[in-house]
Ligand binder design. Structure first.
Ligand SMILES: [Fe+2]
Length: 263
């Protein structure tokens, strides 16, 4: 299953002017471009948060299957939005085949995690909100995210701007702040957003408010499904969009089923 899943992503052809996404649960996505460039974002491919949850009295036992084992993952660029275990998972990173990833990309503390997991320094690229980096046919913009607690202060989001194609915004874990609306200037077509409220992430209402300011064509909820103690109903986000961003289309993705968007 795991190998077949990775294989089908690798063999998938993305048409010019399009982007393809596969959801892996929580904030984990594979994103593929027409040139065949493959990114992972916040790939959480183990159950390592369970132990952490058990130690602090939280149920963080994953309830989404692992669709791709870390040893099977093969991407050009491995992106993380911050260093929390469900985003830059040390066990996932340590189990990746060294040759399977060209570049590990993230803000400061995520880069420390890459380093602690034995990733070669030459493969790590630190990025920051407001900056941009070119990866093949994609300009990767770093976006602002407001940390959800004082234990991790280097949160960020990304806009992947595909050459002559769509632009995908992924929020990262973030509390609501009006500065998030700066993403409007990057004109994303799609907005993938947290909306779970839990642990100080944006609520469904705040995420819808932000969608109204950023004005993407499509809004996709995530980060509501993985843990019993951090779950939320994505339909609340759909309903809130009707009030706060009525022109934005709600899309709830199925796991590991290609979602293709054409600009
Ligand atoms: Fe998270």
């Amino acid at each position: 299953m795991s190998r077949e899943c990775m294989e089908s992503v690798r063999n998938f052809k993305v048409d010019r002017g399009s982007v393809a996404l596969w959801w892996l649960g929580q904030m984990g996505y594979l994103i593929k471009t027409p040139a065949g460039t493959l990114f992972s974002v916040d790939a959480y491919l183990t159950n390592s948060c369970k132990k952490v949850g058990d130690s602090i009295g939280l149920n963080l036992d994953r309830r989404v299957p692992i669709f791709i084992e870390p040893e099977e993952l093969e991407v050009n660029h491995f992106l993380c939005t911050h260093s929390h275990g469900d985003h830059a998972d040390p066990e996932t990173i340590a189990r990746l085949r060294p040759s399977a990833v060209e570049t590990f990309v993230g803000p400061g503390l995520a880069c420390e995690t890459f380093d602690q997991c034995g990733v070669e320094k030459s493969k790590v690229q630190q990025v920051y909100p407001g900056g941009k980096t070119q990866f093949s046919d994609v300009t990767l913009h770093g976006t602002f995210a407001l940390p959800t607690d004082d234990g991790e202060l280097t949160h960020m989001g990304y806009v992947l701007a595909i050459e002559n194609g769509p632009r995908v915004y992924i929020s990262g874990d973030t509390d609501y702040h009006e500065l998030l609306a700066h993403v409007r200037r990057l004109e994303p077509d799609m907005m993938i957003t947290c909306m779970n409220s839990g642990f100080n992430n944006m609520s469904h209402w705040e995420a819808a408010e932000l969608a109204g300011l950023i004005k993407p064509k499509v809004a996709i909820p995530c980060h509501y499904d993985m843990f019993p103690d951090n779950a939320a109903d994505p339909q609340l986000f759909r309903a809130a969009l009707r009030f706060k961003a009525p022109d934005v289309r709600f899309e709830q993705l199925d796991y590991v089923k290609p979602f293709v968007f054409k600009s």
